[in-house]
Structure formats: C-alpha cells, structure tokens
Design a protein around this ligand. Structure first.
Ligand code: FA5
Length: 331
C-alpha cells in the first residue's frame, strides 16, 4: 500500500510542477495512461494473496481517480491562462486605418480605342473584328499590291508560313468585307498590327491601327475630308483642322496622307496621323462592284499617336511596358 501512496505523491508533485497543458498531457500518459506507472501497479496484484487483492485494486483505482481529478483541475487552470495569451496575440486593432485596395483602370490605349469606336460608330460605321494572324492575300493581294511591289518592303512583317502573316495594316479587313457585304456600306475595325521594324520612340513591332472605309454612290474626297474633320474634332476638340498631302498606297487613288492641327497641341503644328484616299477602282472591280455607280473612301491611322499627342507622351514603348507608375496617370 505504501507503494501506491508513494507513487500518488510523486505523480501529484509532477502534475503541480507542470507549467503548460502540453506538459500535463505528457505526465498523464506517463502516470495514468494504459501502460503508465499507476496502471502498472495493478500488475503486482498477482503476488498478493486472494484476500488482499480487492483492497489493493480499490486503493489503486482511488489513487488514480484522485490523480485524474487533480490533473483535470490543473489542465483547466493552465488552459485558461494559455487562451488568454493566445487571444492577446491574435487581437485585432479595429482602430488601425485600412489598407486601400489598388483599383485597376482601363489602359490608356484602350481608353483611346473605346473613344474611337464611339466616334466612328456614331457616324454610322459598323464595327468588324478582323484577325491579327492574316492571310497574305488579304494583307496584300486583295489590296492591289502587284506581286513583289516595293511598297510591301515598307511593311515587312512576321511570316508564320508563306500564306500567313501577322497583319501589317488593319486595311486587311477590306477584302473580307467586300467578299460578304454589298454596297452601300460603312465599315471599320480597330486592332493590333505588326511590322518587322527597328524599335524607337515612335515605331514598335506591335502597334494599333484604325481602318475605316465606305462605299456608296458618289463618294468623293469631300466626304473623306468631312469625315476626318468630324473625327479630329471629336477626338481633339472643336478647333482641330485636317490637311491632305499626296501620298502613295496601292489600294487608293488618289492617295493622301493627312495631318491634323489644333492650337492647343504643339502650338498648332501639323501632326501626321495616317493615310487615306478613294478606294482604287481595281479593287471595286475585282469584287464585282459597278464603278460607274459606286465609289468609296478609306482611311487608316496609328492609334498610339493619339494619346501621345493628347498627353505629351514622348515614347510609345511606354504603352507596351505596363509600368503601373506610367499607366495610373491616365484616368
Ligand atoms: C497604312 O498602314 C495604311 N494601311 C493606311 C491607309 C489606310 C492608307 C486606308 C490609305 C487608306 P502607314 O504604313 O503609313 O499606312 O501606317 C499608318 C499609320 O500607322 C502611320 O501613320 C503611323 O501612325 C502608324 N504606324 C506605322 N508603322 C508604325 C510602327 N512601326 N509603330 C507605330 N505606329 C506605326
């Protein structure tokens, strides 16, 4: 019996010395577990005489019961203290200012494209999507480029195969529309274009163009100029002016380049935006359009130029680099 009292005292002392619930759990296993020391006392019962056994068994069980309740009491006291520490550590300070979420915004080029679509669309032109990976025939042949014409050299591009190129100009939409839509019509597209070109502040291998064209009865350079003037005023303000100068593109006759000027930008200096002209009769005839009755105009321009002018951006590489410090300036 002394053996029991001794072990009980030893266990109780160890329990009281524990400083964490984890330590208590270890002690519980060591003393009270299935193969623990107190339980182990029962193994000695075989050495006792039959009439000593019940009293010994009962004494072990009582000691075990007392130790278990001491352990429960100590565990709950320590757990309370531990939770208090944990809550203190995990405390949230509701008075701290919040972290402001960074709101994204539309890319400055996309803002320009959206505005162009509104302006051109409001003049009755229908928007078409046209592929960036384009058949050579739509990018060049359908646009009246004679085979091996030097004008193609100015638009060297990336060939995926002999027939497939990354389009050099959005004018590639024309053949696709002529094949499927009969005049009168007004069509336009906006999208990415590609050229194998040395990159500098005003030239990129990847840039954007708008291409607009219409075919109807009696269309002349006056319609072209009037449309461009409305476009320029909507984009740059009511006092924008448009200027034409002769230029060559195989798909227009006559061909011009055009520039705009407004007193607000660059002190009224002329800024070239793109090319334009009356659609070449060869093209209309190729698609079976009666050139006695119908004629059309077309114009194209580089999109990057517009925000560069409007915001005084000096290098178009900024548009592709996606530096947030650059992008967040444009709301
Ligand atoms: C054309 O691409 C013709 N398709 C435009 C056209 C359409 C003429 C309809 C007649 C009728 P051009 O190669 O000049 O033309 O390019 C038009 C505009 O695209 C240029 O004025 C310029 O603003 C822009 N551009 C051309 N190459 C680049 C480049 N590498 N990087 C940035 N912008 C460019």
């Amino acid at each position: 019996m002394d053996e029991i009292a001794e072990l009980e005292e030893q266990a109780a002392k160890a329990f009281r010395g524990a400083t964490t619930t984890a330590e208590l759990r270890e002690l519980e296993i060591r003393f009270l577990g299935k193969s623990g020391l107190v339980t182990g006392l029962m193994r000695g019962i075989g050495k006792l005489s039959a009439d000593e056994r019940p009293a010994f068994g009962a004494a072990v069980n009582e000691a075990k019961g007392r130790l278990q309740s001491l352990l429960d009491q100590l565990t709950s006291a320590l757990r309370g203290a531990e939770l208090a520490v944990q809550f203190e550590n995990e405390k949230i300070d509701l008075t701290l200012p919040g972290r402001r979420p960074r709101a994204g915004r539309t890319h400055v080029l996309q803002q320009t494209i959206d505005k162009i679509k509104r302006v051109i669309g409001s003049m009755g032109f229908v928007y078409y999507e046209s592929p960036e990976l384009e058949l050579f025939k739509y990018n060049f042949d359908a646009l009246n480029y004679p085979p091996d014409h030097p004008a193609m050299d100015a638009q060297d591009t990336f060939y995926v195969s002999d027939d497939l190129v990354l389009r050099t100009q959005c004018t590639a939409l024309q053949g696709r529309v002529f094949e499927t839509v009969a005049p009168p019509f007004r069509a336009f597209t906006v999208g990415r274009t590609f050229r194998n070109e040395a990159v500098d502040r005003t030239h990129s291998h990847t840039f954007h163009q708008i291409d607009v064209f219409m075919v109807d009865e009696g269309i002349s350079m006056a319609h072209l100029k009037g449309t461009l003037r409305v476009f320029a005023r909507e984009m740059f303000g009511g006092d924008a002016k448009v200027r034409f100068r002769p230029d060559f593109f195989p798909f227009v006759e006559p061909g011009v380049d055009y520039a705009i000027s407004t007193p607000k930008l660059f002190g009224g200096r002329w800024v070239e935006l793109g090319g334009a002209g009356l659609i070449h009769p060869n093209i209309l005839e190729r698609y079976g359009i009666d050139t006695e009755r119908y004629s059309g105009f077309a114009f194209g321009l580089g999109v990057e130029r517009i925000p560069m002018m409007a915001h005084g951006i000096d290098d178009l590489r900024h548009f592709l680099e996606n530096d947030v410090r650059f992008l967040e300036q444009f709301r």
